[in-house]
Design a protein around this ligand. Structure first.
Ligand code: EPZ
Length: 422
């Protein structure tokens, strides 16, 4: 098992390229199940989660191949018949696998998909996914840890459905199911994340008829058939955001290339509020960490609110602020696992329920720390960059799920960071 070793206190300079978005690539790749044929998804990051989804589609009888070259393509060949099953062995390693459920029900009128189970950051049930699919006419049974779903009559039917709570993959799953349903579907209280919009763009390129994606009301006119997908996914706003926070750390000046500023407005607002300079430049965003950060209060929320996937990283910046900040986590009930590790680096943070009070300290000091989940591990890397001395981050398999060779990208910015066998 690998660990990442960071020698902190080295100023970062230069520019870094952002990869394609994990959370857009996963549902777009799953959308290939909606029709047989040769699909092409481009700008796909080389991540553990993408490989897991590839194995899952392989288990169903598809052929998934990473293509060489700068377009970062993934070719997916979907046969005339697939095995509509997602086994626990694969789903347990990546809960986002659940996004195969909607396409399987839409195209094959039946699916057996393992329930994802718990997660470090929260219970994360899928009740809203199942409620939406049942509203489209699916019959759902939960047995032996699996969702066993069928579609009486062989085709889902359009309907009006409102999610009880905003859910990103829930919106994606039900939207994908509705594109082949008979008649029109109106989904309300939908997630507005850019990844949902990107999926809708990919589905429309396949011949689907979708309006309103990116807003809280999505209208889908069901069609009889689709053509294979050919889509390049958007840039990863969370990877971009992680580098923005790296650049905002005192003494740094970096340019984040190929990111979409409008996808990052809530974060840019907070990074500027903390005193860093953020400028739009032709290649993307330039960020300059000028002196000690200022305290800022933050409350996570669904898009366009402040992204929960940036909460841990911003906490690192605020742990160095000249004053106290309150961070309120409203999306997941257990997303402060990184706090204990930041305390080991000398941060001063107390958690009460959904709120963390971050009393800024003048500096952090390096130490061995343990990653608990994907974004927590990115925060520990950032803390290591800011800390004096050596920080060792263990369990970096969490990091590899969502960041493509982050240590190489940081090293190109001048960071003293390396991956070693633990
Ligand atoms: C997506 O997860 C992202 N994953 C997550 O990113 C991200 O943190 C999350 O959205 C919120 O932005 C992917 O897109 C693959 P939700 P998702 O359903 O869809 C509750 C990362 O770091 N809920 O929007 O699973 C749920 O428990 C990952 O890349 C229900 O109660 O999140 C949570 O509290 C981590 N019932 C809230 O809603 C449901 O049926 C939001 O979850 C579904 C969700």
């Amino acid at each position: 098992m690998d660990k990442i070793v960071v020698e902190g206190g080295v100023p970062l300079r230069g520019s870094v390229n952002v990869s394609g978005a994990k959370n857009a690539a996963l549902p777009v790749i799953a959308a290939a199940l909606l029709t047989e044929g040769d699909h092409l998804v481009q700008n796909v990051p080389d991540l553990a989660d993408v490989r897991t989804l590839g194995r899952l589609l392989g288990h169903m009888g598809c052929r998934v191949e990473r293509l060489p070259g700068p377009r970062r393509g993934l070719a997916v060949r979907v046969p005339v018949t697939v095995l509509p099953e997602a086994p626990y062995e694969l789903v347990k390693t990546m809960r986002a696998s659940v996004v195969v459920l909607g396409p399987l029900l839409a195209r094959w009128s039946g699916a057996r998909v393992s329930l994802p189970g718990g997660c470090a950051i929260g219970a994360r049930p899928i009740d809203q996914h199942l409620k939406g699919l049942a509203a489209l006419g699916a019959e759902i049974r939960l047995e032996h840890g699996y969702v066993d779903a069928t579609v009486p009559g062989g085709r889902l039917r359009g309907t009006a459905f409102a999610f009880d709570g905003v859910t990103v993959t829930g919106t994606e799953n039900v939207m994908m199911a509705a594109v082949l349903a008979r008649g029109e579907t109106v989904l309300r209280n939908c997630a507005r994340e850019p990844e949902v919009k990107d999926l809708a763009d990919a589905l429309c390129a396949m011949g689907a008829r979708i309006e309103g994606a990116g807003t809280d009301e999505i209208r889908i006119a069901g069609v009889d058939s689709l053509r294979p997908v050919n889509h390049a996914v958007i840039a990863d706003r969370i990877e971009a955001g992680t580098f923005l926070v790296a650049g905002a750390l005192p003494g740094n000046d970096i340019t984040v290339r190929h990111c979409v500023a409008t996808h990052l407005e809530a974060l840019i607002d907070k990074v500027r509020g903390a005193g860093a300079e953020v400028r739009e430049v032709p290649e993307g965003l330039r960020v300059i960490g000028d002196g000690r950060p200022r305290p800022v209060d933050v409350r996570t929320a669904p898009h366009p609110g402040f992204p929960t996937d940036m909460q841990a990283q911003l906490m690192v910046l605020l742990s160095l602020a000249d004053g106290s900040s309150r961070i309120t986590e409203t999306v997941f009930e257990n997303r402060f696992m990184h706090v204990q590790e930041l305390l080991r680096l000398g941060a001063d943070i107390t958690v009460e329920g959904k709120m963390a009070l971050v009393r800024g300290v003048p500096g952090l000091s390096g130490a061995p720390v343990m990653a608990s989940d994907l974004r927590a591990s990115a925060a520990l890397v950032l803390a290591g960059l800011a800390a004096q001395g050596t920080t060792e981050i263990l369990r970096v398999y969490h990091l590899d799920r969502g960041y493509e060779r982050i240590e190489e990208k940081l090293a190109r910015l001048g960071a003293r960071v390396r991956r070693v066998k633990a």
